[in-house]
Design a binder for this molecule. Structure first.
Ligand code: BGC
Length: 783
């Protein structure tokens, strides 16, 4: 029976009928998707039936121009950037008055936001509020660690809380929509934007996506007045050669099993908006790709929110050799159901004429406008359109957020090496040399997309150490200066100003000074890595070497014989082949945000014990890229005796595996028990382990469960993460940790069946503290 037939025979009014239909459709689509396709479905609608009724009522009063205006998002810029036209604020206000703008981005000044909003609410015919959006990626006034670092915490609750706090700050300024979370899976660290996502793994990525959506938007029971954006839909992280914006070629199998799970999880958590990516996916640009936007997003995921293009992506369809001209570009994106044109103004320019020419029906226009209006009702913008710029509690709020940011940065760092227990440092250490171009670099602590936080509010590593080690003599020297070979148009605009390059004489003098400082110290804290602009959008690199003379500085400081603690400030897994054999202690700090320096001091002093784990596989050198743990086995696996799939000049294994990270304590994970050894297709089992803190410090361990299907209609990865838990244990304390392995953990999209499958097979289970875990058991699944 068709859904419409069910409803037609019911003697109920139209409004009720629509609600019932909506409910039935969702329930049946859940049954269909979960029972037949074996994937967890039931997208959480981001809006309520009341939002929809109000949007429908408003739509009936709107002219075609007013509707098209809602699909137009403009950059509010008074300076040129990345091809956007800067305009006089008077022009913006006229456009608002005429109802030609649905949303602005890049305006963060509460006063100007309120001024424009007042024009919309009082002078525009239908008083439709403007939705102000911004890249609130990992903070606003207070920066939290960059998203890759937050993923390294393996603590979704932390990611949720960080985004909740960031949105509180943004709301205070009048922003109600963030272009985050970025949930692109990335397996090529040459791609600078790896910093904005959760790394290489779909399971960890999905957990972080869900958490961030909840952080921004709350839950349906407890909604927050803020919208999240899942971006960049989809496959942006697979850019060829790691070159930002370059095309991606992704099989349907990879798309469904690897690149889409975080998007699917975010949509299920109720994400209100999705941003379409720039690049060509299998030669069809993502911003006009019907397979992505219709088949997958609207149909498979049952997404009910709206899609915004990436910046100027609609007009770029012409440059990409896809659309004939701007009019064709507008039509192609519109027809693919892309709701909002970010920045390129092709919709306002062309949609009216296209409608008049009969290129699409007016109902299609309504369908694209409706969710934007629903979002505005949902946010309460019609009732409360203004930012409360007079709020007296703002300073208190920021102080609270700083404390949270410090905890987040400390929980995100990953200890890669700690020979002979060099760390933690004794607080009685007499002379501490703090060296390196990133040791006292305020803006570079913040990381990419820290566009509103003030560098002067940031605590550098040098400052953090000085404040912590009050009885020590703590001194600083930069040693070397680093810079990009090809600066980008973001440098100095979206990233810190580039410093004046040192002359060759000055470079030598600075190197000498740093070496002298090292000689006169008891321990050297060396902060090396990359500048913010090196890992940003448009921040791709061909190499993973330490930039400039950093490696030379490292080796020369090591040669002084002083104990060296290497702190990595970047999100790129730099080539540590030499360092990993020589430098006794290595701590990956990422870009820790506003409180980065204090967090590093907490960790180095032992006040906090590191507990982060790598969210990406660490290659030995760039030649291994792409390298990730969830690869399939060849007919000659890596451990075969001959004809092995490997390089003749380098080990095939990574330098550090996915999920790896040390602690100042030690743990054992033992007694793996499966509740059953044989189950049916529908069944599920529980895997239980005992985790014991065998060291002398209260510390965290991240327990990870990996699964492998031995045979089936398609080859499966040698292992895949299917569960994790970060726990805290006192010295000597034991805890049992249990994981469920059910349908959801076993289903996958089979290239052979061109569909989701759940198959009889044998399965390996490993539990441990990284992706090379050896504690093993197996179970079988029959029909
Ligand atoms: C980026 C997006 C971002 C947008 C707006 C684009 O260049 O790719 O991630 O949200 O700009 O700032």
């Amino acid at each position: 029976m068709k859904l419409n037939q069910i409803a037609i025979v019911l003697p109920i009014n139209n409004k009720f009928r629509r609600k019932l239909l909506h409910h039935l459709k969702r329930s049946l689509s859940f049954l269909f998707l979960s029972q037949i396709l074996c994937i967890p479905a039931f997208a959480q609608s981001p809006f309520t039936p009341a939002d929809r009724d109000r949007a429908d009522t408003l739509l009936k009063q709107m002219t075609t121009d007013e509707k098209i205006g809602q699909l137009n998002q403009l950059f509010y810029l008074t300076l040129p950037v990345g091809g956007a036209k800067p305009r006089d604020p008077v022009i913006y206000q006229d456009l608002v008055r005429q109802g030609k703008i649905g949303s602005f981005l890049f305006l963060t000044d509460a006063k100007e936001i309120n001024r424009l909003q007042k024009i919309a609410m009082t002078e525009q015919r239908l008083h439709i509020p403007i939705l102000f959006g911004f890249d609130v990626i990992h903070g606003f006034d207070t920066e939290f660690p960059v998203p890759l670092a937050t993923a390294a915490s393996w603590d979704p609750a932390l990611a949720e809380e960080a985004q909740r706090l960031a949105s509180e700050e943004a709301i205070h300024a009048g922003i109600r929509w963030s272009f985050a979370p970025m949930v692109d899976i990335a397996r090529d660290p040459r791609w600078g934007r790896i910093s904005e996502g959760a790394g290489e793994d779909p399971y960890l990525g999905a957990a972080m996506a869900r958490a961030q959506v909840r952080g921004f938007q709350g839950t349906p029971q407890n909604p927050r007045p803020f919208l999240a954006t899942m971006k960049h839909f989809a496959g942006y992280g697979a850019a060829e050669g790691g070159r930002d914006y370059d095309a991606s070629y992704i099989s349907e199998e990879q798309l469904q099993n690897v690149y889409l799970p975080p998007f699917r999880a975010g949509v299920q958590a109720g994400a209100a908006t999705v941003m379409s990516a720039y690049m060509d996916l299998n030669n069809v640009p993502a911003s006009a790709n019907p397979h992505l936007l219709q088949d997958i997003l609207r149909k498979q995921f049952d997404f009910k929110g709206f899609v915004v293009s990436d910046a100027f992506a609609v007009a770029s369809l012409v440059t990409q050799g896809f659309a004939k001209d701007r009019e064709d570009a507008a039509l192609r994106s519109f027809s693919a159901t892309l709701n909002m044109d970010m920045g390129s103004e092709t919709y306002v320019e062309n949609l009216k004429a296209l409608l008049d020419k009969g290129q699409f029906a007016s109902a299609q226009l309504d369908d694209l406008v409706r969710p934007i209006l629903e979002a505005k009702y949902h946010l309460g913008l019609f009732e409360n359109p203004y930012a409360d710029a007079t709020d007296q509690t703002h300073a208190e709020m920021l102080a609270k957020h700083r404390r949270a940011a410090r905890t987040a940065a400390a929980r995100s760092a990953v200890l890669l090496r700690n020979e002979s227990g060099l760390l933690p440092l004794s607080k009685a250490t007499k002379r501490i040399a703090v060296i390196g171009p990133l040791a006292d670099a305020k803006a570079d602590m913040l990381g990419p997309w820290s566009l509103t936080a003030k560098p002067e509010d940031t605590v550098t590593i040098f400052e953090g150490l000085r404040a912590k080690f009050t009885n020590s003599q703590v001194e600083y020297a930069p040693g070397v200066q680093i810079s990009k070979k090809h600066p980008s148009s973001f440098d100095g605009f979206l990233t810190p100003d580039l410093p004046k390059p040192w002359s060759p004489e000055e470079s030598d003098a600075q190197m000498k000074r740093a070496l002298q400082l090292a000689e006169n110290s008891d321990v050297v804290i060396l902060a090396l890595g990359e500048l913010t602009g090196m890992v940003f959008e448009y921040g791709s690199r061909s190499s993973l070497d330490m930039p400039g003379r950093e490696q030379e500085l490292l080796e020369r400081i090591y040669a002084t014989g002083k104990p060296v603690v290497l702190l990595l400030v970047t999100t790129r897994p730099l080539d540590l082949s030499w360092a990993s054999e020589h430098v006794p202690a290595i701590l990956d700090c990422y870009y820790g945000g506003t409180e980065a320096g204090n967090a590093v001091a907490d960790l180095l002093s032992g006040d906090v014990v590191p507990g982060g784990k790598l969210p990406i596989t660490w290659p030995r050198s760039v030649g291994q890229v792409p390298i990730y743990y969830a690869h399939t086995a060849s007919h000659k696996p890596y451990d075969s005796e001959k004809f092995t799939s490997r390089y003749w000049d380098l080990a095939t294994s990574p330098l550090y595996p996915f999920g790896y990270g040390l602690s100042y304590s030690t743990f054992t994970i033992s007694d793996l028990r499966l509740s059953e050894k044989a189950i049916s297709l529908d069944g599920s089992i529980t895997a239980t382990v005992t985790v014991t803190n065998t060291g002398s410090k209260t510390a965290d361990e991240v327990v990870q469960l990996y699964l492998h299907q031995r045979y089936g209609s398609a080859s499966r990865p040698v292992r895949e993460l299917k569960g994790f838990r970060r726990i805290t244990l006192q010295p000597g304390e034991k805890q049992q940790v249990a994981f469920t392995i059910g349908r959801e953990e076993r289903n996958y999209w089979s290239a052979a069946k061109n569909d989701w499958v759940l198959e009889p097979s044998e399965f390996d289970v490993w539990v441990g503290n990284n992706s090379t875990a050896t504690l093993h058991d197996a179970f079988s699944v029959s029909k």
